[in-house]
Design a protein around this ligand. Structure first.
Ligand code: NAD
Length: 348
């Protein structure tokens, strides 16, 4: 069942339920001015439905900014399912979500986010064509995580140049929070780049993999932000840069893949005040949606297309960091300004 929720901040918001499969979640379409709303489906345990709603509202708004930052003709949307993906996920539940997406007639395109895989997208595909991140098919883009990780690495190098005077990550200590789809790829890329890794993830097999394959030092998830490191890379849940963690950070650079890394507006200024360079998350992690967009937009020659947009995203990040340095403000504010100007240009 798709039940509309009234909103003044988003174009459309729905509670999505299906009792037989146990589906309970939300779909939020923030804006479709630039094109159909696109953004992944997240499955996560939430303490309360209000928390899931707050997450989908923030994430879908973030997708509007992310898609604009990446120069994509797409608006912002997102979906969440409440539940533990390892315990509660079921094909019937994904199909019910697929039917809900189908009912939106292409105003929202879904794809992978936390707790989802290309196999899950194939299940959703049985009910709707408005799904990307598939493994098979003419325009299939597969798992977006490797491209997301590549974008984060490029952004991290730019950040290192600004903050440490050298883009080379050799010998740089990186505290990596989360070794899921993106974190694992980023861990490998950083290891190959010569970085010295500290990692944390509540899943023991994930940290053991990083220790064995990348020579990483394992850190307690509650301590990873406070490790003595050059870079803190949040690649798990949102809000891990917050009033409690900012004072404890020892890194000079925050650069990661997680969406909505900052728990509130004040965090950007708090980081800037401490001399910690923050790379705006929706620019650093835009590689994944670029990868999925090639599928949504049915791009024939996806390789060069994705590569050109990753280059452009890197240029955008470089511009943001240059301007933030010149104005002595947090890059978070400059990113919002640049992207909001782009949105106004499009609307005009
Ligand atoms: P994932 O679910 O595959 O991985 C998340 C990992 O974080 C898991 O291994 C989990 O055990 C770990 N984790 C959870 N809580 C943690 C904690 N407190 N400390 C340390 N680790 C913890 O998700 P993902 O696809 O890798 O995405 C990671 C983040 O990046 C999310 O915020 C997601 O929205 C964002 N993101 C992902 C993509 C993508 O391409 N997958 C693109 C853009 C943004």
């Amino acid at each position: 069942m798709l039940t509309r929720i009234s909103t003044t901040t988003h174009e459309e918001v729905y509670r999505v339920t299906d009792a037989p499969s146990g589906l309970d979640g939300f779909i939020a379409i923030h804006a479709t001015g630039a094109g159909p709303a696109a953004g992944g489906l997240r499955m996560r345990s939430y303490a309360r439905a209000e928390d899931a709603l707050a997450d989908v509202l923030a994430l879908s708004r973030g997708m509007t900014y992310k898609n604009a930052a990446a120069g994509l003709p797409l608006g912002g949307g997102k979906a969440v399912i409440m539940g533990d993906p390892r315990r509660d996920k079921a094909a019937a539940m994904l199909r019910a979500m697929g039917r809900a997406v189908a009912r939106l007639d292409g105003r929202y395109w879904t794809a992978e986010d936390m707790g989802m895989s290309p196999e899950d997208m194939a299940v959703i595909r049985q009910e709707t064509g408005f799904v990307a991140g598939l493994s098979d098919g003419l325009h299939a883009s597969g798992d977006p995580s490797p491209v997301t990780a590549e974008g984060v690495l490029r952004a991290m190098r730019l950040g290192a140049r600004h903050r440490f005077g050298d883009p080379d990550l050799t010998g740089r200590r990186v505290a990596l929070q989360g070794l899921g789809h993106v974190g694992r790829h980023l861990c490998t890329l950083l290891h190959d780049a010569g970085a010295d890794l500290c990692v944390a993830d509540p899943v023991a097999s994930n940290v053991r993999w990083a220790e064995a394959d990348c020579g990483a030092t394992i850190v307690d998830p509650a301590e990873i932000h406070a490790v003595k490191a050059d870079v803190f890379a949040p690649c798990a849940i949102g809000g891990t840069v917050n009033p409690e963690t900012v004072p404890a950070l020892k890194a000079g650079l925050v650069a990661g893949a997680a969406n909505n890394q900052l728990s509130g507006d004040g965090c950007a200024d708090a980081l800037h005040g401490r001399g910690i360079l923050y790379l705006p998350d929706y620019v650093a992690n835009g590689g994944g949606i670029i990868n999925a967009a090639a599928e949504i937009l049915r791009i024939a020659d996806r390789g060069p297309w994705v590569s050109a947009r990753l280059d452009a995203l890197e240029d955008t990040m470089a511009r943001i960091l240059d301007r933030a340095a010149a104005e002595d403000v947090s890059p978070a504010h400059v990113a919002d300004r640049i992207v909001e100007d782009r949105m106004l240009d499009r609307a005009g």
